[in-house]
Design a protein around this ligand. Structure first.
Ligand code: EPZ
Length: 434
């Protein structure tokens, strides 16, 4: 089980590059189920969740190929035959986003069996809204022995109003609607950029979609879809994490290959907290800080509000800001797993329900901490970058789910970070020079 050794106190300077968006690549890979032709995706990040999805598709009978083509990584997926349209528990339990195959499977084959995803560290993560929508489209849903089965002769267009805004729920039902018979009107949809990226791929495959990126989408079902080639857009959460890394270390960091238009809320909050964030050309941002940060509150909202996936990272920054910052988590019921670990490093954080009160500036001290979920891991890396001494982060496999080669990228801009396995004892700083 890999660990990170991080020695704090080194400002990040230089240029760090953003990879493709994991949460866009996952639905786009599932979209390949909708056609028997090749779907070629470029700029797919090499992270664990993508490998998990590749295994899931292959287990159902898809051909899945990955190759590096110079500067970009391509994945080719061909679902000519889906011999075994079941998303097995062994895979689903490691990644709940496996539920994204439900809609496309039942749309393409008329039957889908998906292991119930179960909860995860940040909350119950139900998929009742996915199932409710599929039922409205004519699927018969049964649950037995821990598996959900959706069955239909052919899905039919329907009027779906989401009780709650759900990103993968919107994506799942969009993928079901594109092959349904007739028109589907979906209201209270998620407006996240990842929905827009998926809709762009589906349109390239021949789908007829209006309103992607707004709360209301209208889909005219077609009888079949063809293959397509599509480039996954940059990961806005990775980009936001790097912006915070530059600010928290009092660095001068260029975050390149990002989509600036997806980062409005994060940029505004960093500027409110006293960091300098400037646009450089079309797809790069420069973040600078002199080490003085001001307290600023956040309240997580659906896009384009402040993203829940940036809450843990922002909290690390708030521990270094002068004053009291309120961090309110409105999307998930248990997304404060990083709080106790930050407190063990010396942060002053009080939790009341869904609100954390963060008092800064706290001098963080290096220690042994435990990663619990993807974004909590990022928060601990950020804290360790400013803590005095060498921190040891356990269970970094959580980080590997959504951040590509993170220690290499951070080391290249001055971080003292090393990945080690079965570390016997904290190593000397020289070993970290890497
Ligand atoms: C997506 O998860 C992302 N994952 C999450 O990113 C992200 O945190 C989340 O959207 C919110 O932005 C992927 O895209 C693969 P939701 P998703 O359905 O779709 C409730 C990361 O760190 N809900 O938008 O599962 C749910 O419990 C991950 O990269 C229902 O009640 O989230 C939550 O409270 C973590 N019933 C709220 O809606 C449903 O059927 C929003 O969840 C579906 C959701």
């Amino acid at each position: 089980m890999d660990k990170f050794l991080i020695t704090g106190g080194h400002p990040l300077t230089g240029t760090i590059r953003v990879s493709g968006a994991k949460n866009s690549a996952l639905p786009c890979m599932a979209a390949a189920i909708l056609t028997a032709d090749d779907v070629i995706l470029e700029n797919v990040p090499q992270v664990r969740d993508i490998d998990t999805e590749r295994k899931l598709l292959a287990s159902m009978g898809a051909e899945v190929e990955l190759w590096d083509d110079g500067d970009t990584r391509r994945t080719r997926i061909r679902c000519a035959t889906l011999s075994d349209p079941i998303a097995k528990y062994e895979i689903v339990k490691t990644m709940r986003a496996s539920s994204l195959v439900l809609g496309p499977l039942v749309a393409r084959t008329g039957i889908a069996r998906v292991a119930m995803p179960g909860g995860c560290a940040i909350g119950g993560r139900p998929i009742d809204l996915h199932l409710k929508g599929l039922e409205k489209m004519g699927a018969v849903i049964t649950t037995q022995h821990g598996y959900i089965e959706a069955r239909t002769d052919r899905l039919r267009g329907a009027h779906i109003v989401f009780d709650k805004i759900t990103v993968t729920g919107t994506e799942d039902l969009l993928m079901a609607a594109v092959l349904a018979d007739g028109e589907t009107l979906m209201e209270n949809c998620a407006r996240e950029p990842e929905v827009v990226d998926l809709a762009a791929l589906l349109t390239a495959m021949g789908a007829r979609i209006q309103g992607a990126g707004t709360s209301t989408m209208c889909v005219q079902g077609v009888t079949s879809l063809s293959g397509a080639r599509h480039r996954i857009f940059p990961d806005r959460i990775e980009a936001g994490t790097f912006l915070i890394a530059g600010a928290i270390t009092a660095g001068d960091l260029v975050v390149a290959d990002c989509n600036i238009s997806h980062l409005g809320a994060a940029i505004a909050k960093l500027q409110e907290a006293g960091a300098r964030v400037d646009t450089l050309g079309r797809d790069a941002l420069r973040v600078r800080s002199n080490g003085y940060l001001r307290a600023a509150d956040i309240s997580t909202e659906e896009y384009p509000g402040f993203p829940t996936d940036m809450q843990a990272q922002y909290m690390a920054l708030a521990t270094q800001a002068d004053g009291v910052s309120l961090v309110k988590e409105n999307i998930f019921e248990n997304r404060f797993m990083h709080v106790q670990e930050l407190a063990r490093m010396g942060a002053d954080i009080r939790l009341e329900g869904r609100t954390a009160t963060v008092r800064g500036k706290a001098q963080l001290s290096a220690t042994h901490v435990m990663c619990s979920d993807l974004r909590a891991s990022a928060s601990l890396v950020l804290a360790a970058l400013v803590a005095d001494g060498q921190s040891v982060l356990d269970r970094v496999y959580h980080m590997d789910r959504g951040y590509e080669r993170i220690e290499e990228k951070l080391r290249a801009v001055g971080a003292k970070i090393a990945r080690v396995s079965n570390v016997p004892a904290p190593q000397s700083e020289e070993a970290l020079a890497g």
